[in-house]
Design a protein around this ligand. Sequence first.
Ligand SMILES: CCCCCCCCCCCCC/C=C/[C@@H](O)[C@H](COP(=O)(O)O)NC(=O)CCCCC
Ligand SMILES: Nc1ncnc2c1ncn2[C@@H]1O[C@H](COP(=O)(O)OP(=O)(O)O)[C@@H](O)[C@H]1O
Ligand SMILES: [Ca+2]
Length: 587
Amino acid sequence: METDLRLESSLWIGNKRYRAVLTGWHLKWTEADKKNGDKKTVSVPVAEVVGVENGRVEILPQKSVEDTDKDFTVFYVKRSRSRSTYGLLWSLGRTQFSCPSRVLRDQWTNHLRTALKTHSPLRPHRLLVFINPFGGKKKGREIYHSLVAPLFELAGISSHVIVTERANQARDHLLKKDLTGFDGVVCVGGDGMFSEILHGLIGRTQQEAGLCETDPAVTLQPCPLHIGIIPAGSTDCVCYATVGVIDPVTSALHIIIGDSQPLDVCSVHHASTLVRYSVSLVGYGFYGDVLAESEKHRWMGPLRYDYSGTVVYLSNRSYAGIVQYLPADPLLSSPRDKTRCLSGCNVCSRSTERLFPHTSDSGSLYSSHFSQYSNDSEGEWVSVEGRFRCVSLTCMSSSCARSPLGLSPSAHLADGTGDLILVWDTHPLSFLKFLYRHTSTQDQFDLPFVEVHRVKAVRFSLPDGREEEAHEEIGELNCARGGEEREYVDTVSRNGSQQQLAQRVVERETKNEHKTVAPILCGLCCKKTPAVSVWNCDGEILPFTEIFCRIHGQLVRLYARGIEDGAAMQNCSQESDKNKSRCITYK
Ligand SMILES: CCCCCCCCCCCCC/C=C/[C@@H](O)[C@H](COP(=O)(O)O)NC(=O)CCCCC
Ligand SMILES: Nc1ncnc2c1ncn2[C@@H]1O[C@H](COP(=O)(O)OP(=O)(O)O)[C@@H](O)[C@H]1O
Ligand SMILES: [Ca+2]
């Protein structure tokens, strides 16, 4: 294979002559007429070639083609450091080569195209794209059409684009419509839009596998379609934590080259129903209150979270609760080990072997049926009770612009665990110190009122009598919320005979839950301290207070590769040829 694809010749870039070599893994070109010491080689991994075009071609800002018969243009991934974040920005690199003859030009373009097919098996050919026109600063459509679509076209990807007209349209489409022929689904929007895609794809996969999502003990089937995220939302935490930057072009390039990043997913249950899935934050107390408050100020756009954060902080609340958790194996990793989950993370790679022991590579992952949960010996549940400022569970670091290292800086994207952060009631200034540390590199867990545990499952309940108290409060406040939660849970609980049972329970519980969700929504405006908070589940308010959460290791795959370590990329020159496909020099 390697020898078949090898091609070497002199080529010109402008008026300089280069020695160009295509091996199986790399396209390299070195200035030919310089002394050995001054010779610079540019090396582009074949896996990072975006497209090859005949002639002298430009794509951005506008497409232009000069159809000469001895020239060809190669487009590839180019890296640069981001000034504000830890990840690397990707942009479209372009080099125009001239050949001595048309025959040689055709040989180069044919070899390059064959090499692309051979070395990038996960590159998508056909994508289903959902654009939320109202996410973030309402620029989703513009971002897609001006920055992303031209790149997809260059890479030969055909896309079916749907601009959503209502919430949950993308989720419902994925649950019901024919998805044959699509390699992946792309969402242009924020974490809420990603969550729709997540629910649609997980639900569809379980439906087709005949599995019951409502049962927390069931081993769910990983989704066969990859998810791409073009960030155009308010927090964009999933994109930030898996790519390291919020940049539509970087994300589009990860999609084009078919990068693949597995992701843990947390299922949230109440009684015998599945309530929602989460990948970033399941948060009670402060984060729930901020979300509830922020919904009233959507018109502010992304700033609504800063405003609501301040309002909720000033309201100085804490809540009683019982938290039970099932610790993960402490020998594998720890949330205090000061490591970071970066591209090619060893902890996550070892987890793949542990979670899917019968598969030798990720390509065949989806064809086998496995039981990751029953492989783990369950271990001992731990229970704590008291008053909390907040209780948060996150499957990943949940880094975002507000918190560049995230809620749990050492959490892993794909290790089958989540980090449970317990912030006990404390003085308002101490809590402010905790919050403030999220914005810097200071350790937010190094405070006496904060605990963090790496876990496989969590249960939250209210102390005896607390739920009744909450119900009485709502009677006084008379401020009930509409029935949209019931509509949602009905559509996710849909498996066979268990479906009707789950649905009945949900309807009954939801009637009560309007009583428990409403106090916080009203409490903020009525200045009355409510007895309970609400759960923020990736930006959605949950209709239940008492929940059970379980982490499902590597349930979905994103077109991403984790955060690239800028410093390490510089030291790639000693790498073996195969590993070098992950390394390239950046400016
Ligand atoms: C004194 C400075 C205080 C700074 C506190 C910073 C802590 C920030 C941690 C943020 C974690 C975010 C986890 C992700 C949540 C999103 O799913 C959710 C919905 O996002 P979107 O769909 O884009 O609207 N965002 C939030 O819940 C916002 C939380 C903001 C809390 C201040
Ligand atoms: N056309 C639409 N009209 C109204 N809401 C929508 C539409 N499309 C998607 N949504 C919903 O909007 C919510 C927020 O979207 P998102 O893209 O995450 O933006 P943001 O990050 O600003 O919250 C999501 O929960 C999604 O379900
Ligand atoms: Ca994890």
